[in-house]
Write a protein that binds this ligand. Structure first.
Ligand code: SAM
Length: 209
């Protein structure tokens, strides 16, 4: 997958979508609240990949008011909304690509919400290495997102993405849970699990030993 092209499409898409984004996505807070619920009680530092307007940080700061967050996003306009939130003084915003931005430290947790379902297994492996490096030993990775139950569905999307020149540029290409698990294990993560809500798997968790 050509990441430079993919990320340019992504940035343009979210720059256009910023206005009105919260109106749609505030209705989908359960998936974001689940990240906060799954975090250990003693976290102090969090890296949020694809933080956007920071919706997942609303429940996070309600429960952990003193936490320090680094928020990475390609779209300056999405981050512009995050910067207006009441907790913005505790967030360092980085306008950049999470495939090559310096994350600047070792975090207690790396979280992501609805931002990582666009990448093929090779790209994901690259990203998971970066996440592993960004965590302190014992740190946790939590990704609230979409996952397929089987590889056949994953492959249909990836082939369509690669072959269809008329595809919707922002097309979702989630991976299967077994593929996600193998990638994370390969890099060294342990305690890998998925949470289920209303019959679908949505929260991937993994620990750096
Ligand atoms: C659907 S939004 C999710 C925003 C927020 N996390 C939420 O749950 O409401 C996906 C976000 O990921 C960002 N994004 C996608 N690919 C990225 C990349 N390679 N590097 C940094 N941000 C990226 C987009 O700009 C967008 O703001």
């Amino acid at each position: 997958m050509n990441l430079i092209k993919r990320n340019a499409e992504m940035k343009a898409f979210f720059d256009r979508k910023t206005e009105g984004y919260d109106d749609v996505h505030l209705a989908l807070m359960n998936d974001k609240i689940a990240i906060t619920t799954a975090l250990p009680a003693d976290i102090c530092t969090v890296l949020d990949l694809g933080a956007g307007t920071g919706l997942e940080l609303i429940p996070l700061f309600e429960k952990f008011p003193d936490v320090r967050v680094t928020a990475v996003d390609l779209s300056e306009s999405m981050l512009g909304v995050l910067k207006t939130r009441p907790f913005a003084d505790r967030v360092t915003c980085i306008a950049g690509d999470f495939f090559n931005t310096d994350f600047g430290g070792h975090y207690d947790a790396v979280i992501s919400s609805a931002a990582l379902h666009h990448f093929d297994p090779d790209n994901k492996r690259m990203l998971y290495r970066r996440i592993f490096e960004a965590l302190r030993p014992g740190g946790i990775y939590l990704n609230s997102d979409r996952f397929y139950e089987n590889i056949e569905d994953q492959e249909i999307d990836l082939v369509q993405y690669a072959e269809d020149p008329n595809r919707f540029p922002h097309m979702d290409t989630p991976l299967a849970m077994s593929v996600e698990t193998a990638l994370l294990k390969d890099i060294g993560f342990t305690d890998i699990a998925f949470d289920e809500l209303d019959g679908r798997y949505f929260l991937n968790r993994a620990v750096k030993p």
